[in-house]
Each structure stands twice: as structure tokens, then as C-alpha cells.
Design a protein around this ligand. Structure first.
Ligand code: ATP
Length: 202
């Protein structure tokens, strides 16, 4: 199976591109979805959060408040690193289990949409990698609007990731998502054609 990594910065447009890929019928493993689901697959993670960070990140029904935990972790780098040392190996394990499942079911192409594809070293396990890029100002503006955050909160999240311009040097293709979505889709089709896996008309 041909494996293609899809990454970018926070709010650079990965979901927009991966939705388009799914719409066209490609298989996409979504690392963010896996990151949410591992909490159900491995309940010990919730136990770890409760013990290490406190009960205040859970509501009265015992449901994790991901937003509150995220705000806390992105302001406390050491705690974030500690949390990631527990959760990342489990996310990776589940991602590769799902890819293997796709391969065993006869899939010939699979995309992995992962915000921290490069930080986690998973890009090295892909055949090709695509970065969805936007300029910093557009990125801050879009995330602030989408997530109703102020610029400080957005910057905290952006600076927890490797600089998007550094990521440019580590991938095979860059999609510039600074303009409209139609232009982005056209760029995606062009890349698929270059890879020899686009079957429609450009
Ligand atoms: P995250 O990693 O934070 O989940 P993402 O990389 O998946 O983000 P998206 O959610 O696809 O990014 O896009 C971020 C926001 O910008 C969304 O509100 C989306 O609707 C908007 N957006 C994406 N692409 C464009 C575009 N080309 N023009 C205008 N708005 C866009």
C-alpha cells in the first residue's frame, strides 16, 4: 500500500484537504480522530490524567474536558511533554494498526492526516509527504475565528509545533492554502496527478 503523509500547522487547512481527499474516495486515517478515540480504547489514559493533573479536567459525569486540558497543557510545556510521552505511543500504535487493517483489506493508497506527523517522526515511515501551508497571519486569523480564541491562545498552540516553514523543507509537496479553497483543491489534484494516483480530470 502506498502511504502518503498529510500535515501542516494548526489551522493550515489539513482537514479541508483531507475532507476533499475522502470526498474523492481516498482512504484517510485521521490522527486527531485516533487521538480522541484512544481515550476510549485505553481508559488508563483517563486515569493518568486524573492522577497527574487533577479531577478539575473532568465534568460531574466524569467526561474529560479536552479544551480545558488543552489550555492547561499548552501553557505548561513540561506537563505537555509528560502527557505526550504517555499518549503518543498509543496513538501511533493505533494509527499503524488502522493502516495495516486497510492494507489487509486490499487498499492500495492511504493518506495519514496528522498535525504532528513530522514532530512524531511518522513522515519517515511514509512513501511521500504533503504539507498544507498558509502564511502565519492567515493561520492566526483562521484559528482565532474557528475556535473563538484570542491571538495569545492561538500563538501558544502554534509555537508548540515545529515551525511550518521548517516543515516545508521536510516534505515532497507543499499545498499553498492561503487563497481560496478551489485553488487549494486544484493544487491537490495536481499533486495526485504527479504521483500518478489521480484518476479524474484536472
Ligand atoms: P487543525 O490542525 O487546527 O485541526 P486544520 O489544519 O485541519 O486545523 P482546517 O480546519 O481545515 O485546518 O482550516 C482551519 C480554518 O480555516 C477552518 O475554519 C476552515 O474552514 C478555514 N479554511 C481552510 N481553508 C481555507 C481557505 N482556503 N480559505 C478560507 N478559509 C479556509
Amino acid at each position: 500500500m502506498y502511504r502518503i503523509g498529510l500535515t501542516g500547522g494548526i489551522g493550515s487547512g489539513k482537514s479541508t484537504v483531507s475532507s476533499y481527499l475522502k470526498e474523492m474516495g481516498y482512504n484517510v486515517v485521521d490522527a486527531d480522530q485516533v487521538a480522541r478515540e484512544v481515550l476510549d480504547i485505553y481508559p488508563e489514559i483517563l486515569g493518568f490524567i486524573r492522577r497527574r493533573f487533577g479531577q478539575e479536567y473532568f465534568d460531574e459525569k466524569g467526561i474529560l474536558n479536552r479544551r480545558k486540558l488543552g489550555d492547561f497543557l499548552f501553557r505548561n510545556r513540561e506537563r505537555l511533554a509528560e502527557y505526550e510521552s504517555v499518549i503518543l505511543p498509543l496513538i501511533k500504535k493505533e494509527i499503524f494498526r488502522r493502516m495495516e487493517e486497510l492494507e489487509n483489506s486490499g487498499a492500495s493508497i492511504c493518506f495519514l492526516d496528522a498535525p504532528t506527523l513530522i514532530e512524531a517522526g511518522m513522515h519517515k515511515l511514509m512513501d511521500k509527504n504533503i504539507l498544507v501551508w498558509v502564511d502565519r497571519e492567515t493561520q492566526i486569523e483562521r484559528v482565532a475565528k474557528r475556535d473563538s480564541m484570542d491571538h495569545g491562545q492561538v500563538l501558544g498552540r502554534i509555537s508548540s509545533q515545529l515551525d511550518i516553514d521548517k516543515k516545508k523543507e521536510m516534505v515532497d509537496f507543499v499545498v499553498d492554502n492561503s487563497a481560496g479553497v478551489e485553488e487549494t483543491k486544484r493544487e491537490v489534484r495536481e499533486i495526485l496527478a504527479k504521483l500518478g494516483i489521480f484518476k479524474g480530470a484536472i
